[in-house]
Ligand binder design. Structure first.
Ligand SMILES: [Zn+2]
Length: 206
């Protein structure tokens, strides 16, 4: 499957909202629960379940940039931070790098993606990261998926899945929701290496 085929294979979540929620009363989205869809595995799933991007035919190009993100994760590891790294690529060139810096900077916001987006905005002199791709070793959390949407980064590649906090398919998929910008996303690139690094970090802590 080619990259474009992969990116075009994502299904749309069928969500219809009959009205905007009242200011003081939460009104849940009306979700069509009767529809079903078939995943790659062939099993029937409720369409409300977020789809999990899976990359089984990783290209050399994706490996090259994921390796650069992995290197940033290793720097985080050496610095005693949870090892997550990210790079932002534009016109086949890495324009910014980032890594988790929460402990050192004592800042809950300093995930690898936020660090990389900050550096990319500085490098490009603007907040719109059009024509950019982000490679990150761990599936983005809701904060970082939101930052990616707000920075208008059109393509996202991630490594390990985060079944507790991942918001690109694991817990939910913010990129399938009807926000004003929908990045394309591929996950599972060097997933084993990226998750092994995380596991060895937490093993070392114990
Ligand atoms: Zn995050």
């Amino acid at each position: 499957m080619s990259t474009s085929e992969y990116f075009n294979s994502g299904r749309q979540v069928d969500i219809t909202v009959s009205s905007l929620p009242d200011r003081f009363e939460a009104v849940p989205n009306k979700v069509n629960k009767s529809s079903t869809s078939t995943r790659n595995s062939g099993r029937q799933v409720d369409i409300t379940e977020p789809s999990l991007p899976d990359r089984s035919d990783t290209s050399d190009r994706e490996i090259k940039y994921m390796l650069a993100a992995y290197e940033m994760a290793q720097h985080a590891f050496d610095d005693g931070e949870v090892p997550v790294g990210a790079v932002i690529v534009r016109n086949d060139e890495i324009i910014a790098k980032g890594r988790n810096r929460r402990e050192k900077e004592k800042n809950a916001l300093l995930h690898a993606e936020i660090d990389a987006i900050n550096n990319a905005c500085k490098a490009l002199g603007g907040w719109r990261l059009w024509n950019c791709e982000i490679y990150v070793t761990l599936e983005p959390c809701p904060m970082c998926a939101g930052a990616i949407i707000n920075a208008h980064i059109p393509k996202v590649f991630f490594g390990a899945y985060d079944f507790k906090n991942g918001s690109c398919g694991s817990v939910t998929n913010l990129f399938e929701m009807p926000y004003n910008f929908k990045p394309e996303c591929a996950g599972g690139i060097m997933a084993d290496e990226c998750s092994e690094l995380l596991k060895s970090f937490f093993k070392r802590l114990r």
